[in-house]
Ligand binder design. Structure first.
Ligand code: NAD
Ligand code: TYD
Length: 352
């Protein structure tokens, strides 16, 4: 079975590739990634199995997507490749439409044409699995949860581009009978996350004694899930999810940003042997993000009840493991934060 995983050199994709390559030796995993600033082959340095192949390609390149499907005759696609950072989407929305919308449509068309030409292998079901986000649902007030029937109401260029892609996936399911499903996951954290996102950015800054920029008053809530639990959810949905459906994935783990960063500071003080409370002194309230979504919270009852998935670690365990990973993988962090990252950081934070 040939499975195409897109975006496998990124944060979540690298955990999904590792899980599938190791758990399913009978599958051939092809990891397609353009290696943008967020793609990093160091995330996959431990993988050298014969059931794994890396292909450097760009999903915006329609012809390349068609010829890749011709060559490999993929049976299934797990699509993660995307521009993924909200702040970057505010600066350059076009990149998000190009990759997240047009790129997804290129893959959908390549799958549709290829699967019309060659028969499915054995009883292995064909599947186009779109990995999406809870941000497509918009923003919650103090109460309530996103369920699978919450209407899409995206509010950032990032979430709008993901929502558009999700709509195309479902349109192809209904119009062309393309076998497809979607999952919508909450904020992930863990090893390999690019330090533009809140948790690795703060770990990097704590390490370097730099300010921890908290947007607005820090009174924004996110629902955090350990990335390896997300990878396990993707495995479960890939094998057991019902075509045409979407599945919410989350950890029942809501944190206000300011409380999360304070906890991270306390854990870091203990790990680094610093005086209690010293990292918290780095917390700096800065200018808010434009259109900042107030609260995300996932109701994950459906995947738990119907597919039997649930998170495996507590937040304290996952956050400590994440902190230790960044502290022990200095080379990874140093390689990523030299060069281009400095320009990005300056551009994003100098005026805040
Ligand atoms: P990431 O930014 O870490 O990785 C994205 C990967 O896609 C990178 O390896 C990059 O090189 C690749 N890529 C980008 N543009 C490409 C293109 N045009 N062609 C081919 N490859 C390209 O992102 P992530 O956080 O790992 O997110 C992966 C997926 O999961 C995304 O679709 C995102 O919307 C979704 N998601 C993320 C989160 C989260 O908390 N990070 C939560 C829910 C859903
Ligand atoms: P982020 O990690 O960018 O994820 P998302 O925007 O997709 O939820 O941000 C998580 C939360 O942290 C969000 O409310 C914005 C906030 N935030 C800060 O306060 N400071 C920062 O430097 C960053 C990157 C995010």
């Amino acid at each position: 079975m040939q499975i195409l995983i897109t975006g496998g050199a990124g944060f979540i994709g690298s955990h999904v590739v590792r899980l599938f390559v190791n758990k399913y030796p009978a599958y051939k995993i092809v990891n397609l990634d353009a290696l943008t600033y967020a793609g990093n082959l160091e995330n996959l340095a431990d993988i050298n199995s014969s059931n794994y192949e890396f292909v450097k390609a760009d999903i915006r390149d329609r012809a390349a997507m068609f010829s890749l499907f011709e060559k490999h005759q993929f049976d299934a696609v797990i699509h993660l490749a995307a521009e993924s950072h909200v702040d970057r989407s505010i600066e350059s929305p076009t990149d998000f439409v190009d990759t997240n919308v047009i790129g997804t449509m290129n893959l959908l068309d390549a799958a549709r044409h290829a699967w019309a030409k060659y028969p499915a292998k054995g009883d292995f079901r064909r599947l186009f699995y779109q990995v999406s986000t809870d941000e497509v649902y918009g923003s919650l007030g103090e109460t309530g949860f996103f369920t699978e029937t919450t209407p899409y109401s995206p509010r950032s260029p990032y979430s709008a581009s993901k929502a558009a892609a999700d709509h195309l996936v479902m349109a192809y399911y209904h119009t062309y009978n393309l076998p497809a499903l979607i999952s919508n996951c909450s904020n992930n954290y863990g090893a390999n996350q690019f330090p533009e996102k809140l948790i690795p950015l703060c770990i990097h800054n704590i390490k370097n004694n730099r300010p921890l920029p908290i947007y607005g008053n820090g009174d924004y809530t996110r629902d955090w899930l350990w990335v390896e639990d997300h990878a396990r959810a993707i495995d479960t949905i890939f094998h057991k999810g019902i075509l045409g459906e979407n599945y919410n994935v989350g950890g029942h783990n809501e944190w206000k940003n300011i409380d999360l960063v304070r906890l991270l500071c306390d854990l870091a003080d203990a790990e680094l042997g610093k005086a209690v409370g010293s990292s918290q002194q780095l917390i700096t309230f800065v200018k808010d993000r434009a259109g900042h979504d107030k609260r995300y919270a996932i109701d994950a009852t459906k995947i738990e009840r119907e597919l039997g998935w649930r998170p495996s670690v507590t937040f304290q365990e996952g956050l400590l493991a994440t902190l230790r990973w960044y502290l022990h993988n200095e080379t990874w962090l140093n390689n990523i934060t030299s060069g281009e990252y400095q320009r990005y950081y300056q551009q994003q934070y100098a005026q805040r």
